[in-house]
Ligand binder design. Structure first.
Ligand SMILES: [Fe+2]
Length: 481
């Protein structure tokens, strides 16, 4: 049996990394173009057909230089993304392209700050220096696949060969946003929505929902806009949620301070140093009406947390339900009037008590309900339930040695959990496929998290940890997450 290099590859011998940092410091120097399956256990379900493409950090060192931050490593979709960053670095045999937390050598003048300053302040500094090292996620709604990161750039790749298209795509050439998240949503008809951000001296920072017909850049348009609460800072938003009638954006108190950005620009320092946590600010939810493209007049807040990955959100009985991976559940009353909020601070939804307090400044402050003490990350659901009530979510959680050691399934109603763990292996982001779990090349039964099949490979280079991925069934016309 032969597998193409689009398959996830796991290494031998099976030895669990000593720590999470050891796992994420792995450095792949050699791609595995084609591999032989060495060992096949169990039986892959007959209905299961398709390919998994994952994206994440691959090369953490170039020559004698190394990256200072996990999010900077050169992108690997099980073969390296031929980004400008990759090409420049490998040709120079050192890191010369600047990333989020690593300033490249030897041209410190061309930092990411120049891009940001160019973009946001329109100053006459060299453009086109923002990184195209798209290492976070992939998106293939129909026939076009893109590797994504959180800058203005995305790289189109051949879904079968993973070869990188020569043309580097700049989203700001298609639609009025400066950058976009790496977590778009895909509708059943193939329409893609993503959250972009923009800045102008008149409007300040704005969050914008962008629509991509059939997942293509051509024809992209802004369909929703909301102002940030800060005038001198860009909110960092990693993902957002989408329901039938709303887009939900969690504006966390983690920002790129414009003042610090300018200071970093002058001192030629790392962009990540401009990221600022505002401990006295709350988490704010911006709920944008999909019909009008405008935010609801109510300002919803919650205690401050870092909200990295939205699991899902749905509408229920006049409320918006938003679970997160702590795991907690926030419920926002959508139709409560100012008078009602003053009189009635507690409400129930499905026998669970929630609190929403109207503050003097008019904000509706909502208290989350804890679902389970198990903290997990890289949450996924049955994407057919995206925006709808759902029962189960899947992710990775800590084992005895490293955080990403166990797969977890969580009942978001009862808090009950199930686990899958194999000694010597770490767990990557699970992808839900109808009735089964497909994790790397381990196929699990989603009902009880038992193993249906496992295929083991030996790669030629170190096996690095991926961030996100997508399963594509060639028999389907539209590919969802
Ligand atoms: Fe992510």
């Amino acid at each position: 049996m032969r597998y193409s290099h689009t398959a996830t590859i796991m290494e031998q011998p099976a030895k669990t990394p000593a720590s999470s940092s050891e796992l994420f410091c792995r450095n792949c120097m050699k791609e595995t173009q084609e591999v032989e399956a060495e060992e096949v256990e169990g039986c892959v379900p007959k209905w299961l057909e398709g390919r998994v493409t994952r994206n994440g950090p691959g090369m953490t060192k170039v020559g004698i230089t190394h990256y200072d931050h996990l999010f900077d490593s050169l992108a690997m979709l099980h073969q390296f993304l031929r980004s400008d960053s990759y090409t420049k670095n490998t040709q120079a045999n050192r890191i010369v392209a600047t990333e989020l937390g690593t300033v490249g050598y030897p041209d410190p003048c061309k930092t990411m700050f120049h891009y940001l300053v160019t973009t946001f302040f329109k100053l006459p500094v060299p453009a086109n220096v923002m990184s195209d090292n798209c290492l976070v996620n992939v998106c293939q709604a129909k026939d076009q696949m893109f590797a994504l990161t959180e800058t203005c750039f995305l790289r189109r790749v051949d879904p079968e060969s993973l070869d990188t298209f020569e043309k580097k795509e700049d989203i700001s050439n298609y639609v009025a946003v400066n950058m976009a998240t790496a977590h778009p949503h895909i509708e059943p008809d193939g329409t893609v929505y993503n959250l972009g951000s923009s800045f102008s001296l008149i409007n300040g920072p704005e969050l914008r929902i962008v629509r991509f017909p059939e997942g293509k850049l051509e024809g992209a348009s802004v369909v929703g806009t909301a102002s940030s609460r800060w005038r001198a800072a860009l909110p960092y938003v990693h993902s957002f949620a989408m329901t039938e009638n709303y887009w939900v954006v969690g504006e966390q108190p983690l920002v790129l301070s414009l003042g610090k950005m300018l200071r970093q620009y002058v001192t030629l320092s790392k962009m990540i140093n401009a990221l600022t946590w505002l401990p006295d600010e709350n988490l704010r939810f911006i709920v944008i009406d999909r019909k009008t493209g405008k935010p609801l007049p109510t300002t919803y807040t919650a205690p401050p947390i870092i909200l990295f990955h939205h699991i899902n959100a749905w509408e229920e009985d006049g409320h918006l339900v938003i679970p997160d991976s702590r795991p907690c559940r926030l419920v926002l009353p959508l139709k409560v009037t100012a008078e009602e909020a003053m009189e009635k601070q507690h409400f129930t939804l499905k026998d669970t008590l929630y609190t929403a307090v109207r503050k003097e400044n008019g904000e509706l402050h909502c208290t989350p309900a804890l679902l389970s003490p198990v903290v997990f990350e890289l949450p996924r659901i049955n994407y057919l339930r995206n925006g709808l009530p759902y029962r189960y979510t899947y992710g990775v959680t800590g084992g005895s040695e490293v955080f990403f050691q166990r797969l977890v399934k969580l009942d978001v109603e009862t808090g009950k959990t199930w686990y899958f763990q194999e000694e010597g292996y770490v767990a990557a982001e699970p992808i839900f496929l109808n009735d089964s779990r497909y994790v790397a090349l381990v196929v699990l039964n989603a009902k009880n998290m038992s193993q249906l099949a496992r295929v083991q490979f030996t790669a030629e280079g170190d096996v690095t940890y991926p961030f996100h991925g997508q399963f594509v069934d060639p028999r389907e016309e539209v590919h969802l997450y």
